[in-house]
Design a protein around this ligand. Sequence first.
Ligand code: SF4
Length: 66
Amino acid sequence: MHIEIDQDVCIGAGQCALTAPNVFTQDDDGFSTLLPGMDDGGGDPLVKEAARACPVHAITIKEPTG
Ligand code: SF4
């Protein structure tokens, strides 16, 4: 799994950090960012919930193919 956050789309609603606080946080400008080393979600099952919770769908989860 690889997580991407489109900060051009993110409106800083904070739903991702609320839903999966071990993976997402908010930067000084209030936009979502990943905690250090959490590009792969760290196996946290809440990552998919967080992506769903985002009101503007700024979070993309890429699963490895093959
Ligand atoms: S839930 Fe979406 S809009 Fe809100 S901070 Fe996270 S990525 Fe940004």
